[in-house]
Design a protein around this ligand. Structure first.
Ligand code: IVH
Length: 667
């Protein structure tokens, strides 16, 4: 290809990728499979790598990868970003309508546009001839921070407007709200808790914190999204009204909220407000009210602005979702995986129409960071359908009688040992009533003891009726007692008893896995069985001894030791043996599986990271290397395997799939 052809090819690829990006992220309905998208993307990337002078800032390859900044530059908006006046009651909304009518004169006809008020961060984007040039935070309304690189990481934001019947303006400022969905907000905070980092108080702070990162890679990892709702400067094309503007930018590939409606009179706006208020919990993002705007741009200009806010728009806010109350006590809840969560018992208070008497405190680190004490007056917040939480303590209200909370040293449900893992505290007993249902379900599952007929509903009944209080009780079940349970007949009860009997003879690895020791999956259980040959032997091992095994890391080792430290766990294991459980003698260890064999992994693996796969191979005596040669025994090809796969074919090396690799491990 000559330069001109390459240029045309790059342009065509950019356009195509841009369109599919729009289908995927804006319309939520991809037209082509992901693999095809990736192929286009790789083709573009390759051409750009070979011709770096042809890379343009609006290329889809330029979304991530920009270097971290020292600080944000400032950008002067071309037109001012206004704020909004708030209304909290129907009366205030009607007054707004009266003011508009008075301002415009009796005979002027107009419409309103009503929109959800998204609780995120306002941004101002500049496009020149359809291409994204820069983006900034609102700042003081006149000057904001240049967050162009971070905005580019938002996949649903078009870097190059799509073509439509309406030509792109030579310059336009488009405004919108960057937000994080409720689901991603919870996920992000969970990850932060696990990493021992402070959590974000609400989705708005999470969005703002993610967007104001000096390193765009962090922003890219935060699944931000954007809705566009406003226009600043616009040159080269004219719009008659706001609604038309929204419809047009939608055609240009921008994300516009589907809930936006035209209202013909103020009563319709009030109705819309009720409709949105009812729908609030269903929406995937947090909102704090509704914005109503006079639709016609000419009339907006006529009404004009005050210092802070325009006269032609109003924010109608939901009732405040925060309230003050007192922390009467802090109790601890044990989750079904054994994690202890501190919960504040509150003097009941009405928050946004719902009475709240409990609120989560997340974990001990959070309590310490916010310095919340028993007896404190606190702000509680209910954010849509997110669980109510304690936001902060009002320290000026302290009397000196407040008590500092300490985490219990024994499980509040069963009294077993508590261990600390990072920010988490966890109960170590397999009989803890908080965890027992999950424990039994896992014990009976296919990869574990494989007890057919011991399904989830039955487990729930057995535990609720206190027929099974620990795992060993399963081996004392009697058919006649089972037959009396809901949805159980004589026949199925007898079959279940037979299945339980059958499971009494089992392999050591399955038994270890069935115990549900945290971080011990099927593979680790097998490693333990192969190395220690009996429970008796395994339970005496120290962390140091466990760490000697290839494939066992410090966290796993500590989890195993803690499990066998708990007397209740030892008692239950004993009780199972006394009920007749027998571990089948495993054949003497047959030498390691992959002794002398060399593996190369290529493409994306579903079940392992590269590092894990490598450890598994090494633990079995094999070698994992990164390049294919004639000496390679197996190439494990994951998804989208590339040049290594071609090389393997060329050299005639055996190629296996990830599933075949897993079969080899489990053999
Ligand atoms: S219009 C002059 N529309 O609310 C018009 N704002 O309190 C100014 N917001 O800074 C904004 N959703 O961050 C408008 N559909 C929407 C909005 C919205 C959220 C935010 C925006 C603004 C703040 C004003």
């Amino acid at each position: 290809m000559n330069e001109e052809e390459i240029k045309r090819k790059i342009e065509a690829l950019k356009k195509e990728i841009n369109y599919h990006n729009y289908c995927y992220y804006v319309l939520d309905s991809p037209e082509i499979p992901d693999a095809e998208y990736d192929r286009l993307f790789r083709e573009l990337k390759k051409l750009e790598e070979e011709n770096p002078h042809l890379i343009t800032p609006d290329s889809p390859t330029q979304r991530v990868g920009a270097a971290p900044l020292e600080e944000f530059n400032r950008i002067r908006h071309l037109t001012r970003l206004f704020s909004l006046d708030d209304a909290f009651s129907e009366g205030e909304v009607l007054e707004f309508d009266q003011r508009i009518r008075k301002g415009l004169g009796k005979n002027v006809e107009f419409t309103y546009v009503a929109e959800p008020k998204i609780d995120g961060l306002a941004v101002n984007l500049l496009y020149e001839n359809g291409i994204f040039v820069s983006g900034a935070t609102r700042g003081d309304g006149e000057v904001g921070e240049d967050i162009t690189q971070n905005l580019k990481t938002i996949r649903s934001l078009t870097l190059h407007m799509l073509d439509s019947d309406i030509p792109h303006p030579s310059r336009i400022e488009i405004r919108g709200e960057v937000y994080i969905s409720k689901e991603d907000f919870i996920k992000l905070n969970d990850e932060r808790i696990a990493a021992g980092e402070p959590i974000f108080a609400n989705p708005r702070n999470a969005a703002a914190g993610s967007l104001r990162q000096l390193d765009p890679k962090i922003t890219a990892s935060r699944s931000l999204n954007i809705y566009l709702y406003g226009m600043g400067l616009c040159e080269g094309i004219e719009f008659l009204n706001h609604y038309d503007f929204l419809q047009t930018i939608k055609k240009w590939g921008f994300r516009v909220n589907p809930e936006i409606k035209i209202c013909h009179k103020i009563e319709d706006v009030l109705e819309y407000f009720k409709y949105i208020e009812n729908k609030r919990n269903e929406l995937e993002y947090e909102i704090d009210g509704v914005v109503v705007k006079v639709n016609e741009f000419e009339l907006q200009r006529l009404l004009g602005e005050k210092t802070r806010a325009p006269r032609w728009a109003l924010a109608i806010k939901f009732k405040p979702e925060e309230a003050l109350t007192i922390v009467e006590d802090i109790t601890v809840q044990v989750g079904r995986t054994g994690i202890l969560t501190p919960v504040a018992k509150l003097t009941p208070v009405n928050v946004g129409g719902v009475e709240i008497s409990r609120a989560t405190l997340h974990n001990l680190d959070e309590i310490r960071r916010k310095d919340i004490r028993i007896g404190d007056t606190v702000t509680v917040r209910r954010a849509g359908d997110v669980i109510p939480e304690v936001v902060s303590a009002i320290k000026s209200k302290r009397t000196g009688k407040e008590k500092i909370f300490e985490m219990p040293t024994a499980c509040p449900v069963c009294g077993a040992h508590i261990i600390r893992e990072g920010a988490y505290f966890r109960c170590t007993s397999i009989s803890c009533p908080a965890q027992i249902k999950e424990g039994i379900k896992h014990f009976a599952s296919r990869g574990a003891m494989d007890i057919e007929g011991l399904g989830d509903k039955l487990v729930d009944q057995l535990v609720e009726k206190e027929i099974v209080k620990d795992l060993a009780d399963i081996y004392f079940l009697k058919a006649d007692k089972l037959a009396n349970l809901e949805r159980m007949g004589k026949k199925s009860a007898e079959n279940l008893i037979k299945a339980i009997e059958r499971s009494k003879r089992c392999q050591l690895s399955r038994f270890i896995y069935a115990l549900g020791i945290k971080l011990v999956g099927e593979y680790t259980a097998k490693l333990l069985a192969d190395n220690f040959h009996s429970i008796e032997n395994l339970k005496k091992k120290t962390e140091e001894e466990l760490l000697e095994i290839d494939g066992i890391g410090p966290e796993v080792a500590s989890s195993i030791v803690n499990f066998f430290k708990e007397e209740e766990n030892l008692r239950v294991i004993e009780k199972m043996f006394s009920a007749g459980l027998v571990i089948e003698k495993t054949e003497a260890k047959k030498g390691r599986k992959f002794e002398g064999k060399s593996f190369v992994f290529t493409g994306a693996l579903k079940s392992f990271t590269r590092e894990e796969a490598k450890r598994i191979v090494e633990a079995e005596g094999g070698k994992a290397s990164s390049s294919v040669s004639k000496k390679t025994d197996y190439v494990v090809a994951g998804e989208d395997a590339g040049s290594k796969l071609d090389k393997a074919k060329e050299l005639g090396v055996t190629i296996i799939s990830e599933d075949e690799f897993i079969e080899m491990i489990n053999k």
